[in-house]
Write a protein that binds this ligand. Structure first.
Ligand SMILES: *Cc1c(COP(=O)(O)O)cnc(C)c1O
Length: 389
């Protein structure tokens, strides 16, 4: 069992005071550095593909910085929502009328919950907290607890039965789920859509879907093609994690045309800033997409190896994941808070402590996969902590 020394305890008090101020999300990196004695750390809290960030930076540096065009970008208005939807339409091969662009997925979650949800909403636990925090009427939230003894896996039959019993207006499935990484196959998603045609809105959050796979080739999966058959489908997609661009605020939603129109008729005109707009332009190029797919697959391979290696550490239980992180349970009596603090303060690796996540019973951390080298650092830190106490 791991215990904190005096210096770690001092940092611990400061850290939890800071965390208290940021609610159910993590404090910003700068604010954490300010209270620590570190210049830098391995960020295994934030969930993003570092190889994709590196790839995008190459285009950003060349075409915005070195070209001297930055001022032009900053000085001008960005294109309107609809215009960005047009080039994204050719990238993702979905009709422009079905696409709504958000200032990150978080704005879309808010827009949908506030405009289209009028009744009970079924949210699976554990989950991404904004889905219940942004609900207009908290009394309408009905939780479906994923069973711990089944590794928090979403099993189709009991889920369908629960939804039928509750007759909600809306259901939310995050696929793969955050914070445990459980992936529901396309076949099972289709079964759910087929059985739940009476539900007005079926929200599938695919923010981590680029890291999931169904074949040995890691081919990209998505459910938007099912919109034609199931008009109640709403697919929400953040681009922050898979492209490693959280600071740009990019995300989109694929849904019934009437819903897109309803939102655009009431606002969201210039909700995409010039840098996110630049990203969509780049994403639209076949040459970028090909290169992205290479780093996406490389990262999936690293991640799956990382998760496998984590699973060999006897003091922790690692939950199966097809996302870019693993949910890890400490099973040797160490508290997740102490582990997180020691890992950061003494070993320079920042992981997410999950004590504030509803529906997780136990001592949990969420550990993101990084570059191959950083993953080795993370693994070594965990092993050393258990060795040194
Ligand atoms: C991170 C996250 C979001 C928010 O994404 P942004 O594009 O950064 O707003 C939405 N849904 C899930 C499941 C997430 O993990």
């Amino acid at each position: 069992m791991v215990k904190l020394n005096d210096e770690e305890k001092v940092f611990s008090d400061k850290f939890w005071a800071l965390k208290e101020k940021s609610g159910s999300h993590s404090p910003s990196i700068l604010s954490i550095l300010e209270i620590s004695n570190r210049e830098s750390f391995v960020d295994a809290c934030f969930l993003s593909n570092p190889y994709a960030t590196e790839l995008f930076m190459e285009y950003f540096n060349r075409e915005l910085i070195e070209s001297g065009k930055l001022r032009e970008f900053i000085e001008a208005y960005p294109p309107q929502n609809k215009e960005i939807a047009e080039y994204l339409s050719s990238t993702i091969k979905i009709p422009v009328g079905n696409i709504f662009i958000g200032n990150g997925a978080i704005e879309i979650i808010q827009a949908i919950l506030h405009n289209f949800v009028n009744g009970k909403i079924v949210i699976n636990l554990p989950t991404f907290s904004s889905y219940y925090e942004f609900a207009k009427e908290k009394d309408n939230v009905v939780y479906y607890q994923l069973p711990k003894e089944r590794n928090y896996v979403l099993e189709v039959d009991p889920y369908i039965e629960f939804v039928k019993q509750n007759q909600p207006d809306t259901v939310v499935i995050i696929n793969p789920n955050n914070p445990n990484g459980d992936y529901v196959s396309l076949e099972n998603i289709e079964r759910i859509l087929c059985e739940l045609s009476f539900v007005k809105n079926i929200i599938i959050d695919e923010s981590f879907i680029h890291f999931a796979f169904e074949d040995a080739n890691f081919s990209m999966v998505t459910t938007y093609d099912l919109l034609k058959k199931y008009p109640n489908l709403i697919v929400i997609k953040s681009l922050a994690k898979d492209f490693g661009i959280a600071g740009l605020r990019a995300g989109y939603c694929v849904m019934d045309e009437a819903k897109v129109t309803a939102l655009l008729d009431t606002g969201y005109l210039w909700n995409v800033n010039c840098f996110a707009n630049f990203f969509y332009r780049v994403y639209n190029r076949p040459e970028f997409m090909e290169r992205y797919d290479v780093v996406r697959k490389k990262y999936i391979m690293n991640t799956q190896m990382f998760i496998k290696e984590l699973s060999t550490i006897p003091q922790i239980k690692v939950y199966p994941s097809k996302a870019n992180f693993a949910l890890v349970e400490l099973i040797d009596g160490t508290t997740a808070k102490d582990f997180m603090v020691k890992m950061f303060y003494t070993y320079g690796v920042y992981v997410r402590e999950c004590g504030d996540k509803k529906g997780l019973g136990g001592q949990f951390l969420r550990i993101a996969s990084r570059t191959f080298e950083e993953n080795l650092t993370i693994l070594k830190a965990i092993k050393d902590i258990f060795k040194n106490g």
